[in-house]
Design a protein around this ligand. Structure first.
Ligand SMILES: Nc1ncnc2c1ncn2[C@@H]1O[C@H](COP(=O)(O)OP(=O)(O)O)[C@@H](O)[C@H]1O
Ligand SMILES: [Mg+2]
Length: 137
């Protein structure tokens, strides 16, 4: 377990960028933390760190965004507004999780049973207006 302290959105992105170096095909990152805790900022850094210039936004309404153009494709999920497990089942997650890229899931803790064992959990905590604690579990 390792905790990083971030004092700005840019620092949170930088943590994502650094982690991108350790990402390989089939990596799964399960993100957990309140609204505004920096999950999407972190994914921005990850995508940039994989050398993609895709613009990253929370896939809150569509559940999934895909980013191309980098070292690996990125499958960015957000379970915040997903209501039931049937909706998760319909996504066919395993095709992404065991596919050709990186999968990263915001609000993964809403449906933890769908998150494979080998996923790396990352906890985002709001410490103050501009400070976040990011813990790799
Ligand atoms: N250290 C920080 N890291 C990330 N975001 C921060 C930080 N300090 C303040 N913020 C603000 O918190 C919000 C984080 O939003 P976002 O990354 O979309 O979070 P989430 O996806 O967890 O809801 C943004 O408005 C950002 O400006
Ligand atoms: Mg988000």
């Amino acid at each position: 377990m390792a905790t990083f302290i971030s004092n700005s959105p840019t620092e949170t992105e930088a943590i994502g960028r650094r982690l991108a170096e350790h990402i390989s095909v089939g990596s799964i990152l399960a993100l957990k933390g309140d609204l505004g805790s920096g999950k999407t900022s972190f994914v921005k850094g990850l995508v940039a760190g994989l050398d993609s210039s895709a613009s990253v936004t929370s896939p809150t309404f569509t559940i999934l965004h895909e980013y191309r153009g980098g070292r690996l494709p990125v499958y960015h999920f957000d379970f915040f507004r997903v209501e039931d497990r049937q909706s998760v089942e319909r996504l066919g997650l395993d095709d992404y999780f065991f596919g050709d890229g990186l999968s990263v899931i915001e609000w993964a803790d809403r449906f933890p049973k769908f998150i494979p064992e080998q996923a790396r959990w990352i906890l985002f905590e709001i410490k103050s207006e501009n400070q976040r604690a990011i813990t790799l579990q």
